[in-house]
Design a protein around this ligand. Structure first.
Ligand code: SF4
Length: 335
């Protein structure tokens, strides 16, 4: 392609600007034998209007990474590195500014809406909380909340807005959480396992809703999940984590269709619906590595079918294997 054609293509389809840049994020938690590194030198970006999926088994560090981004790491956690929000470092930001950012800039959808919602307050009151705090008059809050409940697919929002969480089903409660998140018109929604507590049919509906939110509201999303099927439905980009480190980054479609890291590949073939409708699932061998006893070299080596001597002694560094595709493996798969 000529230089001029390149320039025209870039103008027609410009790279979305990074909203959030996670740079060399590490998190240490206090342990009986000293600090335990649960997140180790993690870097990735979330672009405006895009959905980035953070995926891994339990203990991979994905939820810990999310908790640092939202500014609520566990007590005693030591967070280092940079979390740049529009270029401002949230790690060193004053707590008052971070609080302002939560809800307005970054909103959160939790795994268990039952626990996240206040049982003593109506759904309408909870969804409208951020609007009232922003000084919106009561009548307008009511109208906006009803509109939000309607937008997230809650039927009869005029009646439903005056009901309490126990009067909602699990799926409707999660929709109410999405409405609460949208109320602050956030630029980024951080969704932590948003469908795990729901049954399969309801999961599909919530995923369709999240896709609609991404497309219609132009809100970026950081989706944390252990479930590859969830990622396959929603994620534009995928960050795969193992034992507190990133092992693969790339476009959701490419990573899930042709994984380059043996761990990603093992994850993909362990889920038949992701691999193909007819393929038989191959369970992941062994158990996830504990960050407290992270194996030497590549932490996946005790479970990896491709492991060689070098893998047990030398930590694989991230390297580019294709455009927009990075892998931390000494012997990546062909992409
Ligand atoms: Fe497997 Fe070695 Fe690659 Fe680790 S570095 S994933 S052990 S081949």
């Amino acid at each position: 392609m000529s230089k001029v054609t390149d320039q025209v293509a870039a103008e027609l389809d410009p790279e979305p600007a990074p909203l959030l840049q996670v740079e060399h994020l590490s998190i240490d938690l206090p342990g009986p034998a000293g600090p335990v590194r649960v997140v180790d030198d993690v870097s990735f970006t979330v672009a405006a209007g895009r959905t980035t999926g953070l995926i891994g088994e339990s203990g991979s560090g994905k939820t810990m990474t999310a908790s640092a981004i939202i500014g609520l790491p566990p007590p005693g956690a030591a967070v280092t590195g940079r979390l740049l929000w529009h270029g401002d470092d949230m790690v060193t930001m004053a707590e008052q500014d971070r609080r302002r950012l939560r809800g307005r800039g970054i909103a959160m959808i939790f795994q268990d809406p039952q626990a996240a919602l206040d049982p003593t307050q109506t759904i309408g009151r909870q969804v409208g909380e951020i609007l009232r705090r922003g000084g919106m008059p009561a009548k307008e809050v009511r109208r906006t909340v009803i509109d939000l409940l309607d937008r997230v697919g809650i039927p009869d929002p005029q009646t439903r807005h005056a009901q309490y969480p126990h009067q909602y089903s699990g799926g409707l409660r999660q929709r109410a959480m999405v409405a609460t998140a949208l109320a602050g018109s956030p630029e980024l929604i951080l969704a932590d396992e948003p469908t795990t507590a729901l049954d399969v049919t309801v999961q599909a509906r919530i995923l369709a809703l999240l896709r609609r939110v991404r497309d219609e509201e132009d809100t970026a999303m950081l989706l944390v999940s252990h479930d590859l099927r969830v990622m396959a439905h929603v994620a534009d980009e995928v960050v795969v984590m193992y034992a507190g480190r990133i092992c693969e980054v790339g476009s959701g479609r490419e990573v899930l269709n042709s994984p380059a890291h043996p761990y990603t590949r093992a994850l993909v073939v362990s889920v038949p619906a992701v691999r193909s409708r007819t393929a038989i699932a191959e369970p992941l061998p062994g158990s996830p590595a504990s960050p407290a006893e992270r194996p030497s070299g590549c932490p996946f080596h005790p479970r990896c079918a491709k492991a060689q001597d070098r893998c047990a002694s030398e930590v694989p560094r991230m390297r580019q294997v294709a455009a927009g595709r990075q892998v931390a493996c000494h012997f990546p798969e062909e992409t």
